[in-house]
Design a protein around this ligand. Structure first.
Ligand SMILES: [Zn+2]
Length: 186
């Protein structure tokens, strides 16, 4: 069993292993192919709702017949072999865009949605760009308060001399802005 699929038999891990094997150009052991198959089947079809169940007596080659609910739930008791038929999984809507210099180890991040390659699901869903509502409003001096207060807070990491200087600066500006706001209120 290959390590990657033993640890995380996800679609991404399996595809990665397949890609690596293809790049290596060496014959792949049948057991590995079987692993890939079961990982892909389990991951792609396992959580999908079957569109139809069929059954036939165990260990026979009789034709598959549509199974009733009881046949599926009590397949063992009734001595039935049950198979589930699925639709094809929907094609991914949007493909991820991996960085061109991605070295194939799965550590790359999608350029569109930022997902890590080895974790990414089939669809790429980029986050809508964060809209800064300030850009559609007239500038307000109070917007400086938060960054200034943050700056003031960060002065604790400075050496004593810088700390005193920048704490003074930020405190002065914060106070002036607050005074201004008080003064300009109707
Ligand atoms: Zn993506």
């Amino acid at each position: 069993m290959s390590q990657a699929t033993a640890k995380a038999p996800t679609v991404a891990a399996t595809l990665r292993a397949m890609r690596r094997a293809g790049a290596a150009g060496e014959p792949v052991p049948a057991a590995t192919v079987a692993e890939w198959y079961s990982a892909l089947k389990g991951q792609l079809y396992g959580m999908q709702k079957a569109v139809r169940y069929e059954c036939r007596p165990l260990h026979t080659t009789e034709p598959w017949l549509e199974a009733q609910e009881g046949d599926v739930l009590q397949a063992r008791k009734r001595g039935l072999d049950v198979r589930a038929l699925y639709l094809h999984p929907p094609a991914p809507k949007e493909q991820h865009r991996w960085p061109p210099d991605s070295n194939g180890d799965g550590d790359g991040h999608c350029l569109a949605c930022g997902e890590t390659e080895w974790l990414a699901g089939p669809d790429c869903r980029p986050h809508p760009p964060l809209r800064d509502h300030r850009s559609s409003m007239p500038f307000r001096i109070t917007w400086m308060l938060e960054p200034l207060e943050k700056l003031q807070h960060l002065t604790k990491h400075m050496n004593p001399l810088d700390r005193a200087k920048w704490r003074n600066e930020t405190t002065y500006l914060i106070d002036r802005i607050k005074d201004h706001e008080k003064g300009s209120q109707p």
